[in-house]
Write a protein that binds this ligand. Structure first.
Ligand SMILES: [Zn+2]
Length: 160
């Protein structure tokens, strides 16, 4: 075996297989909470009654690492309005605007979670992920402060 062949073998041993760059495993689920009402005030009262972690919607996530395997677990809790068929058109329009803004807000939380998991996954097996987790949690908190948990971007309903 010549030197070139040995070098090629060494490189093959050093360069990880493509699967090492695969995305982290992900467990994603949405939990819908029923909310009711045919007026804005009733709907707000129902949303307040069915809060998760103090919010009308919530994106919970955690990154776990077992050996070299990174797993991202996401549980999104979202409101599902039961009375839209019986409600006046003006309230349906208000809900649609609110709901779209709410989904967009929670989608950003989802992005933060996936970014954190991808960064941790790319760190290598022995690296400590705590610093990366702290960074992404701080990024999320800053995002919630900036948007007032989505209120500034339309994820809210007003009393009539
Ligand atoms: Zn938020």
């Amino acid at each position: 075996m010549g030197r070139l062949a040995i070098l090629a073998l060494l490189l093959a041993a050093i360069v990880p297989p493509a699967t090492a760059f695969a995305r982290p495993a992900e467990s994603y689920a949405v939990i819908y909470k029923s909310v009711t009402g045919t007026t804005a005030n009733q709907l707000i009262a129902s949303l307040n009654k069915h809060r998760t972690q103090g919010s009308w919607a919530f994106t919970y996530w955690k990154v776990t690492r077992v050996g070299c395997r990174t797993t991202l677990t996401i549980r999104q809790t979202l409101p599902a309005w039961q009375d839209s068929g019986r409600a006046p058109a003006v309230l349906r329009r208000k809900w649609n605007g609110f709901h779209a803004a709410l989904l967009a807000h929670e989608a950003r939380h989802l992005q933060f979670a996936r970014s954190a998991a991808a960064e941790i996954d790319a760190m290598g097996c022995s690296a400590d992920p705590v610093r990366v987790l702290r960074k992404w949690i701080a990024t999320e908190r800053a995002f919630d402060r900036r948007t007032q948990h989505g209120i500034k971007t339309g994820a809210t309903l007003r009393y009539e």
